[in-house]
Each structure stands twice: as structure tokens, then as C-alpha cells.
Design a protein around this ligand. Structure first.
Ligand SMILES: Nc1nc2c(ncn2[C@@H]2O[C@H](COP(=O)(O)OP(=O)(O)OP(=O)(O)O)[C@@H](O)[C@H]2O)c(=O)[nH]1
Ligand SMILES: [Mg+2]
Length: 706
């Protein structure tokens, strides 16, 4: 094959494109020094991300990381972002000068499909042949020089996570050539070629398209059954008549219009691979396959999934206690110090009971959040996440969704916001909406402090089933309740509001990998920063406001507990008490729920502030928040405000209620209307109320109310 390279490209804008999970973001991080999220499952990146790239001779370029895509005709929202930018159809984003097409060497045939589509566009391309280590392990050897010759573009072998090949890649990017005079390497059956050629001519004549776009349009018009209908008004009638005739002719000749182009491309790919790739004969099953026999087994897979969750929650409880106690003691000594050095008065109260108590109550749970993220990171990076989606697929299809919809739910264990973003990989708009509506029912890390506080305070530390403790079991139950409710609501929505056929499941299972400790630790670090920043801003702010509302107006000569009753907060609490009384909640819990409509951790800081104020005069003020809650007596009935049943009811309420403004804001952005966020707020709150009510009543009947 001959090709003339014409001129060097001025490289200002470079985009990374490639199949999902081929290592684009890892490469992006290696090239830019940034730390975008990487994970061993398809669909980690769902937005475009920009970074600076320094090329040879210190010239600077912008590098773009894109969501993965299998082809340029993809339809899911994340894939559309990638193809729109590549084809210069995206608003506010210019077309890249150079495209780095990342190819997973261990999956080279499938990855070359996208390459062949990109080659058609004549865009300056560099191929990064990534994961050559994984390929080698699987006995696949690629002759890079031969591949380069066959593709007609530079190919650089890389191992992105080890930084291998990065400099060579930079060099190739800087030297990228524009490739205007190149001949298309693959070809279709003669008749199709002939008709395609005619159409290209007509498109150029009637619609003044350049040759590349005309070819692209011609292929779509010839092969896609919907395209003709969809684009009727865009094209000249003469052209449409011609297309109609072409279809008839091809159908008459027995040519499958839908697959002819795909087959032609694969034909070419096969011949390229035949020359450049050698696959050693390995009859033995790979380690990944062996592991998958167990992990994706119909029954064992499920048992292992629940077992893993149980193990995680058990560890979260046992390992976290030591650092938690340390943090608690740290805050205590800060409080004592302030108590000693400052004169008594409102300012001291504000610092200790307002600021410190609220922030301390939340920050104490940092270790648990860190452990949660450690485990989530490990599950993601080893590739287990994709298996979880796979074993859940049968269950998911029963509720009418795709196994793919389980990934957003798993991401929601961290936070519903990445969960909602992860739904961008779902093609069907209805299924995507259903998944967005139910994902926030899955317990996120903001609920963990609420659960952890209440479990530590009110659930006895007994052991069940030998290794599993009652607290861990309670926590596991809350997480499972969230999952089960998410699936049930999905089923309900699919049956009623958002009917549609259950889609077919096609999801890749990436090979298992040893997790990269660095990337897991990095995620934990980013998360702690976020958590602490939040504690220092939102939690602190809300605590201070709450302190004022719980301290004023002042009444003379009463105990702090009575003073609290007379404060704005106390008054407001009495106002809402009738609404929450049926759930077994007292007014302080009501205030906690209202304040934490902003975000769920605020419940914990609210309890910290309110109880510190209530007990500020006596020695019990130095007790831990848990003990203060356990000691709290309802002045009217003389009974404890909190029982194990109350604690469980509050947890159940927090599993189900929509207590997060940021999630609603993201849902508004993704659906482009207020309708769905409001619906979500409404249905989740109603669900929480009804289920908590039932749990409370049943609990009372069974005599758990004491
Ligand atoms: N062994 C090996 N692993 C790699 C290599 N490059 C990336 N990885 C790992 O492959 C997984 C996927 O990497 P990502 O960078 O998230 O892939 P991506 O293409 O951005 O994926 P999406 O955003 O989901 O499309 C991660 O676990 C990486 O650590 C490589 O060259 N060799
Ligand atoms: Mg990515």
C-alpha cells in the first residue's frame, strides 16, 4: 500500500479515544501528571476531561480524555460525547488536531474496528498499542512495525500503568502527519462499492459535502434501515430516490445491507492481524477464566457477593474503632482546652457546643469512610465490579433492566452523584432514567456516619454466626435493604411510568488484575480531603446556625434542657413532632431530619450540637454523644427517647429518604428538567415514611419498643 504523507500537523489539541477499559485514562494521567479516576471495568470515564501536555521542544498542547466507545455509530450518552468531539460535531469543543487511538493489545481485533472507522476520516492518528503486558501474558505477540505498515499510521507500544512508552508516544504525537491522500484500505463487495461511489458523487453534487463526509453519509444511507426515514428532509429528493433504488437492488441481490460494512471492516482487520499478530496456542484456561468459574457461578457468585459485603462491613466496624477512638479523644482534648482557657459565656458555648460538637460528631467517622473506599477501590481495580454486574444481570433482567444498570448502583455505594453519572453508559433513555431514579436508594458513604452512630449506640455487640457481629449484621441489612428497594422500585417504574422491553446484556468482563495500591490510596486520599473540607465548611456552617437557633431566645433561670425547649429549634421541633410521632421519632430527630435535607451527615452533627447544648451544665456534657443519646429521657413520659427500635427506624428512614440536595441538582442537570428531581424527592420521602411506619408498628407489636 502506498501513502503520501503531506505535512506536519500543528499540534494544539489532542484527543484520546478508544474502546472502554483499554487504558485511556491511565495514559491520560501518565501524559499529563493528573489523577483522573481509573478503574478496571468499562465505563469509568463518562465525561470529557482536559489536561496539559508538554511535547518535544516544550510546545504545549491540550489533551482530552474521552469516554470509551466501541464504534463511531454509538448511541449511549457517554459514547456520543466521544464521537461528537472526534467528528467535530460537539458544541464548545473544537475538533482535535491529532487523535491518539488507544488499542488494547490483548483484544486487538475488536479494538481495530474503531481504528478502521477513524482511519476513514483521514484525521491525523497515532495508535497507542496499550496493555502489551497483558497481551504477552495471554500469549499474544504483536509485530509493531508490521502493524504500523498495515495501518499506515504510527504505532507506539505502551504499558500505561507503568509509564512505559510514554515518551515515544509524545514524540509520535508531535510528529503526527496529516493523511489526506490516503486510500481506504478495506473494501466492500463490488456492487456495494459501486453504489457507494455513485452516492458519494451525488452527495458532493447536491449537498457540497467533502469526500470524507460524503463517504460517511453514503455508508449510513446505504446500510442503516432507520437512516433513510430519519434524514428524509435533510436530503434532495433525487438523492433519496437513488438511495431507494440502491436498497432495492442490494436486497434483490441478497446482500445484507446492515452487516455488509461491518463484515468488510472485519475482513480487513483479519488480514491485518494475520500479518501482525501471532497467538501462541494456549489450551489451558487463563487464571481469569478459572476465577470466573467461581465468581460468576449461578449460586456461588451470589453467595460470594453477599459474603464479601458482610466481610467488608465486619471489617469496617472492627478496624475502624481504634482510629475513631483516637479522633474522638483528640476532639475531647481540644474541647477541654477551650473550656479551660476561655471565660464562660456565649462565645465559649458557640465554639464548643456549636462548632466543635457538630464537626467532631461527623469527623469521628472518617476512618469508616476510608475503609469503605479502600474496599470499593479494591473491588473496582481488581475487576470484581464487572463480575458483580454480571451475576446481578439475571436479577436485573427480572426487574426489566440491563446488568449495566448495576454498575451505577455499585458506584452509588460511594455516592449517588457518580452513580447517576455512570448511567450515561446506558443506551435506552428510559432505562437510564429508571436507573437514575433508583440509584440514590443504594446506601452512600454519607449514610455511613448515621448508621455507624446509631448502631454503635444502640445495637448490642453480640455475635451471630460465629464471626459476624450484630452491629455488622445490622449494617449489612441496611445496605441490602437499600439494594432491594432500588431493585423493587426499578421494577415498579419499568412496569408503570417507563415501560420498555428488557434489553439484552452485553458486557465485557475485563481480566482480573492485581489492584494498584497507588490508585486505591489516591482515591482514599481524594475522598478524605473532600470529607474534611465538607466538615470544615457545610457541617461547620450548619452547626453554627443550629447553635444560634438552639440557644436563643434566652430564658432566665431554667436548665439548659428547658432552655433548649424554649429556643427556636425547640419550638420548630414541637411543630413538626406530630408528623413524625407515628414513626416513633421525638422532636430532636425531627430537627435532625430537616437539617439533613441538605446532606445526610448533617443528622450526626445536629445530634452532636443539640445534645451538647442540652447537657451543657452537668458533668454528663463530657460524655460521648452515644452515651448522651442513651441517657436521654423524655420529660413527659419518663421513658428513654431512644430504644434499639427507634435507632433502627431512623436508619430505615435514612436508607430510603432523599436527603441530598447535590444529588437532586445533578439529576436536574442530567435530565434537563425539574420534573424528575422533584418526583424523586417526593417518591423517596413517601417511601421512607411508609416503610419506617410499618417497621415501627411491627417492632412495637413484637415488643421491641423497650
Ligand atoms: N496491566 C496493565 N493494566 C493497565 C494498562 N493500562 C491501564 N491498565 C489498567 O486497566 C484498567 C482500565 O484503565 P482505565 O485507564 O480506567 O481505562 P479507560 O480506557 O479510561 O476506561 P473507560 O474510562 O472505562 O473507558 C485499570 O485497572 C488500569 O490500571 C497496561 O498497560 N497494562
Ligand atoms: Mg477512562
Amino acid at each position: 500500500m502506498t501513502f503520501e504523507t503531506v505535512k506536519q500537523v500543528r499540534v494544539r489539541y489532542v484527543a484520546l479515544i478508544g474502546n472502554p477499559n483499554c487504558g485511556k485514562t491511565t495514559l491520560f494521567n501518565a501524559l499529563t501528571g493528573l489523577r483522573q479516576k481509573v478503574g478496571n471495568y468499562p465505563g469509568v470515564t463518562v465525561e470529557k476531561k482536559e489536561g496539559r501536555l508538554t511535547l518535544a521542544g516544550n510546545s504545549e498542547a491540550t489533551l482530552l480524555d474521552l469516554p470509551g466507545t466501541y464504534s463511531l455509530n454509538a448511541t449511549s450518552p457517554d459514547e456520543k460525547i466521544a464521537t461528537d468531539i472526534l467528528l467535530g460535531r460537539a458544541e464548545h469543543t473544537q475538533r482535535p488536531d491529532v487523535v491518539v487511538c488507544v488499542v488494547d493489545a490483548s483484544n486487538i481485533e475488536r479494538n481495530l474496528y474503531l481504528v478502521s472507522q477513524i482511519l476513514d476520516r483521514q484525521i491525523p492518528v497515532v495508535v497507542a498499542l496499550n496493555m502489551i503486558d497483558v497481551a504477552e501474558e495471554a500469549g499474544i505477540e504483536v509485530d509493531v512495525k508490521m502493524l504500523e505498515r498495515e495501518l499506515g499510521v504510527p504505532v507506539v507500544a505502551t504499558i500505561a500503568n507503568k509509564g512505559i512508552g510514554i515518551n515515544e508516544l509524545k514524540e509520535s504525537i508531535a510528529n503526527a502527519q496529516s493523511r489526506t491522500a490516503q486510500k481506504r484500505p478495506w473494501s466492500m463487495p463490488a456492487l456495494v462499492e459501486e453504489e457507494c461511489g455513485e452516492l458519494v458523487g451525488l452527495l458532493q453534487q447536491y449537498h457540497k459535502l467533502n469526500e470524507n463526509s460524503a463517504f460517511d453519509e453514503a455508508l449510513t444511507l446505504l446500510t442503516s434501515p432507520e437512516a433513510l426515514e430519519e434524514h428524509r428532509d435533510r436530503f434532495a429528493p433525487e438523492l433519496l430516490a437513488h438511495v431507494q433504488k440502491d436498497h432495492e437492488r442490494l436486497d434483490f441481490m441478497g446482500i445484507d445491507r446492515q452487516s455488509v460494512v461491518v463484515e468488510a471492516r472485519y475482513e480487513w482487520i483479519k488480514s491485518v492481524c494475520g500479518k501482525a499478530v501471532t497467538q501462541a496456542q494456549t489450551s489451558a484456561l487463563s487464571t481469569s477464566d478459572k476465577l470466573d468459574r467461581v465468581f460468576t457461578h449461578r449460586i456461588w457468585g451470589f453467595v460470594i457477593f453477599v459474603g464479601l459485603m458482610a466481610l467488608i462491613f465486619q471489617t469496617i466496624f472492627t478496624w475502624a474503632t481504634v482510629p475513631m477512638d483516637l479522633i474522638g479523644e483528640g476532639f475531647d482534648s481540644i474541647g477541654n482546652h477551650i473550656h479551660e482557657v476561655m471565660p464562660a459565656g456565649d462565645l465559649r458555648d458557640l465554639l464548643i457546643n456549636g462548632g466543635l460538637a457538630g464537626v467532631a460528631a461527623v469527623v469521628t467517622f472518617l476512618p469508616q469512610i476510608l475503609f469503605l473506599f479502600l474496599f470499593l477501590g479494591l473491588l473496582e481495580d481488581t475487576g470484581y465490579m464487572a463480575r458483580a454486574a454480571f451475576i446481578m444481570d439475571r436479577l436485573m433482567s427480572k426487574v426489566g433492566l440491563h446488568g449495566k444498570s448495576f454498575i451505577p448502583m455499585l458506584s452509588s455505594f460511594a455516592c449517588a452523584i457518580p452513580g447517576i453519572m455512570a448511567t450515561r453508559t446506558i443506551e435506552s433513555p428510559k432505562d437510564r432514567l429508571v436507573t437514575m431514579l433508583v440509584s440514590p436508594l443504594v446506601s452512600c458513604s454519607a449514610r455511613l456516619p448515621v448508621y455507624a452512630l446509631l448502631i454503635a449506640a444502640f445495637i448490642p455487640h453480640d455475635h451471630v454466626l460465629g464471626f459476624l457481629s450484630l452491629p455488622a449484621l445490622t449494617l449489612l441489612s441496611m445496605y441490602l435493604l437499600g439494594l432491594v428497594m432500588a431493585l423493587s422500585m426499578a421494577w415498579l417504574f419499568k412496569k408503570t411510568l417507563l415501560r420498555g422491553a428488557a434489553p439484552l446484556f452485553i458486557m465485557e468482563l475485563p481480566p482480573y488484575k492485581l489492584p494498584s495500591l497507588k490508585s486505591v490510596l489516591l482515591q482514599m486520599w481524594e475522598r478524605s480531603k473532600l470529607f474534611l473540607k465538607n466538615a470544615g465548611t457545610i457541617i461547620l456552617g450548619v452547626s453554627i446556625i443550629l447553635w444560634f437557633l438552639a440557644t436563643y431566645p434566652r430564658v432566665e433561670g431554667v436548665t439548659p434542657a428547658e432552655q433548649l425547649q424554649h429556643s427556636f429549634v425547640g419550638k420548630a421541633g414541637q411543630l413538626i413532632e406530630p408528623v413524625i410521632k407515628p414513626l416513633g421519632f421525638d422532636w430532636k430527630i425531627g430537627i435532625g431530619i430537616i437539617a439533613s435535607l441538605l446532606q445526610r451527615e448533617v443528622f450526626v452533627s445536629t445530634m452532636g450540637t443539640i445534645y451538647n447544648i442540652q447537657n451543657s451544665d452537668d458533668e454528663s456534657g463530657s460524655l460521648s454523644l452515644q452515651q448522651q443519646m442513651r441517657n436521654d429521657i423524655d420529660p413527659e413520659t419518663g421513658l428513654p427517647v431512644w430504644t434499639a427500635l427507634t435507632a433502627i427506624c431512623v436508619m430505615v428512614y435514612y436508607v430510603l429518604a432523599m436527603q441530598c440536595m447535590s444529588t437532586l441538582a445533578v439529576l436536574k442537570r442530567e435530565t434537563n428538567s425539574w420534573k424528575w428531581p422533584l418526583f424523586q424527592l417526593g417518591y423517596m420521602t413517601a417511601l421512607a415514611y411508609v416503610v419506617t411506619f410499618v417497621v415501627y408498628r411491627v417492632g412495637l407489636l413484637w415488643g421491641f419498643g423497650v
